[in-house]
Design a protein around this ligand. Structure first.
Ligand code: ZN
Length: 331
């Protein structure tokens, strides 16, 4: 396979703090010899584990970027044993526009793996992670939130994996992150995800969904900041005491957790995030947008559970994911 065209402006072998870019040549109308410059910080002190932290895999999710720009500013080489690679804006073109997918090639970074060195910009970035950055990492954290069209209760997630040893490592890292909720997450569409690329390489992987609606709150940003610090302590890269609070454990056994609307309209939720529902309970009504005097369509819970995610803006389209439930594990 051909070489990836991205070149880093930092030297991965050097100790110390380096702020730089992953530079991807990108020739276009407004810049003939232009480039995409993805900011990267490496904090390295000797040999030891390597943590790779990413935000803005989707460009409209902010808790990860907020926690990671602060970490990149504050972390000192003498604080760490090993290496921390911090990339707050993984899909930088999407982040600059405040949108989920790249405005250049319309590709969703998290459906593009393993990427392609001679593909579009998003495919090239994915290939650089796949073949250059991931092999360097022991522990990988990829931040997500709901973006502009979903909102979540704040959780850290691991996945069910074939290798029990790797699954235990991922669960332990997820629990060290210590979000208010922890989940063994079911993916709606796993093909091409960064998650799968990381796990296939045997790495310890944690992902999150922390809030949404296209912005962060003081509380949601703080969950991300605490999680990053806790995870660095868990890996042995940072010294100190983790801050551990109670975390409610969730699971998703089958696709019955996902609720889709097959109508356009104005959504009228009957339950709020974090609320418990029983199978058959009303989740939301969808009101007609063009006529008065029409009864709303009603959507009911397909299982017992906690409302884990909901559609965010007030209008929905047929096919939208309206709500996601999860089961609380209480033992
Ligand atoms: Zn996301």
């Amino acid at each position: 396979m051909r070489d990836n065209p991205i070149s880093p402006t930092i030297d991965f072998d050097l100790d110390g703090v380096q702020h730089g870019y992953l530079r991807l040549p990108y020739s276009r109308n407004d810049s003939a010899w232009g480039s995409i410059q993805i900011p990267i910080t490496q904090v390295k002190n000797g040999s030891g584990p390597c943590a790779l932290f990413t935000g803005a895999n989707h460009g409209d999710e902010y808790e990860g970027p907020l926690a990671l720009v602060e970490l990149a500013t504050d972390l000192k080489a003498e604080d760490v044993s090993g290496t921390v690679l911090i990339i707050p804006f993984m899909n930088h073109p999407a982040f600059l526009k405040g949108v989920r997918v790249s405005p250049i090639d319309d590709l969703n970074m998290n459906r593009t793996f393993p990427g392609q060195p001679d593909g579009t910009p998003t495919q090239k970035i994915a290939d650089y992670f796949q073949r250059t950055l991931l092999p360097m990492a022991d522990v990988v954290l990829d931040f997500h939130s709901g973006g502009k069209t979903l909102d979540f209760i704040p959780f850290a997630a691991s996945h069910a994996l074939d290798d029990p040893e790797q699954q235990a490592r991922c669960r332990a890292a997820r629990d060290a992150f210590n979000a208010p909720f922890s989940i063994e997450m079911r993916e709606i569409d796993a093909l091409g995800m960064y998650d799968d690329a990381v796990e296939t390489q045997g790495k310890t992987f944690v992902t999150t969904e922390i809030g949404g609606g296209g912005t962060a709150t003081p509380a949601s940003a703080q969950i991300a900041r605490k999680g990053v610090r806790n995870l660095l302590i868990h890996t042995g890269i940072l010294q100190g005491e983790p801050i551990i609070a109670p975390s409610r454990m969730l699971s998703q056994e089958d696709d019955g957790c996902f609720h889709f609307t097959n109508h356009n309209g104005m959504v009228d939720f009957a339950v709020t995030l974090g609320q418990t529902v029983a199978k058959g309970d009303l989740i939301a009504r969808i009101w007609d947008m063009h006529h008065t005097g029409i009864e709303p369509r009603k959507f009911y819970a397909l299982m017992d559970g906690i409302l884990t995610a909901r559609h965010h803006p007030g209008l929905v389209q047929s096919g939208d994911c309206l709500a996601v439930l999860a089961t609380e594990i209480t033992n």
